[in-house]
Design a protein around this ligand. Structure first.
Ligand code: PMT
Length: 221
């Protein structure tokens, strides 16, 4: 592995799920373990980068030789992502951010009522990676697309809509890869090409992704 591939570069990486509170004891979230994002952060450090890892709540120790900022909600994650963004050269969004949050957080624990059906009202969360990609001085921005069908066409439309430089298409309908597993398989998609990276450990895959991202970043105008 070329340890100098990203030397002198600053990489921000989001990882893990977000938690959107309903009341003091309940939240909406998802099955992201943070393993993919943490492996990318490690691979970026190994390639010589200065790394800020912006992590939702996960059961992983803080990796060495990087700054980890721990957050809960999507709004917190956005604030942590924007803090110091002027110094960021490459932004990688591996987090599984909740698209919606409850419209209001109850101050006290919600009580069970007599009704059989309870309705939740949700409001859209800010899109972190799209906000970064909309900045006037935009870092080289890499998103993920977690899809259960039409993987490449949904990934391509997210690439366009969010103004990303690259997107990592992740089929999360396959058992043994994606959310909360130790292995993954993805397709790295740019505006004009697609590269299949077959199933392997998230560590291995992260090294391959960082190498590809660094090469495309260095080639970008
Ligand atoms: O954490 P692991 O258990 O290791 O699992 C890894 C993973 C499956 C979570 C990871 O590989 C992955 O696919 N992450 C993206 C999950 C996701 O929520 O994708 P999405 O298609 O909903 O979002 C598209 C992109 O926009 C992602 O880069 C996401 O981080 C970003 N996003 C989405 C919503 C939002 N409000 N803000 C964002 O930044």
């Amino acid at each position: 592995f070329d340890t100098g591939l990203l030397s002198g570069k600053t990489v921000f990486i989001t990882a893990g799920p977000t938690r959107e509170a309903l009341d003091p004891v309940r939240y909406i979230s998802n099955h992201s373990s943070g393993k993919m994002g943490y492996a990318l952060a490690q691979a970026a450090v190994d390639a010589g980068a200065r790394v800020k890892l912006i992590s939702g709540p996960v059961n992983l120790p803080a990796p060495p030789r990087m700054e980890r900022v721990q957050v809960q909600s999507a709004q917190d994650m956005l604030a942590a992502a924007m803090d110091g963004i002027d110094s960021c050269d490459i932004f990688i969004a591996a987090a599984a951010v909740a698209d919606y949050r409850p419209t209001a957080v109850s101050e006290h624990k919600l009580k069970k009522g007599a009704e059989e059906i309870m309705e939740l009202r949700l409001v859209k969360n800010p899109d972190i990676v799209a906000s970064v990609a909309a900045l006037p001085r935009k870092p080289f921005t890499v998103g993920f697309a977690a899809e259960t069908r039409d993987l490449l066409s949904y990934a391509r439309s997210k690439l366009e809509r969010k103004n990303l430089d690259l997107i990592v298409a992740n089929d999360v309908s396959q058992p043994g890869i994606g959310f909360n597993s130790d292995e993954n398989a993805v397709t790295l998609v740019s505006r004009d090409a697609a590269l299949v990276l077959p199933q392997t450990s998230k560590r291995q895959l992260a090294s391959q992704l960082i190498r590809q991202i660094a090469e495309l970043y260095n080639r970008a105008p």
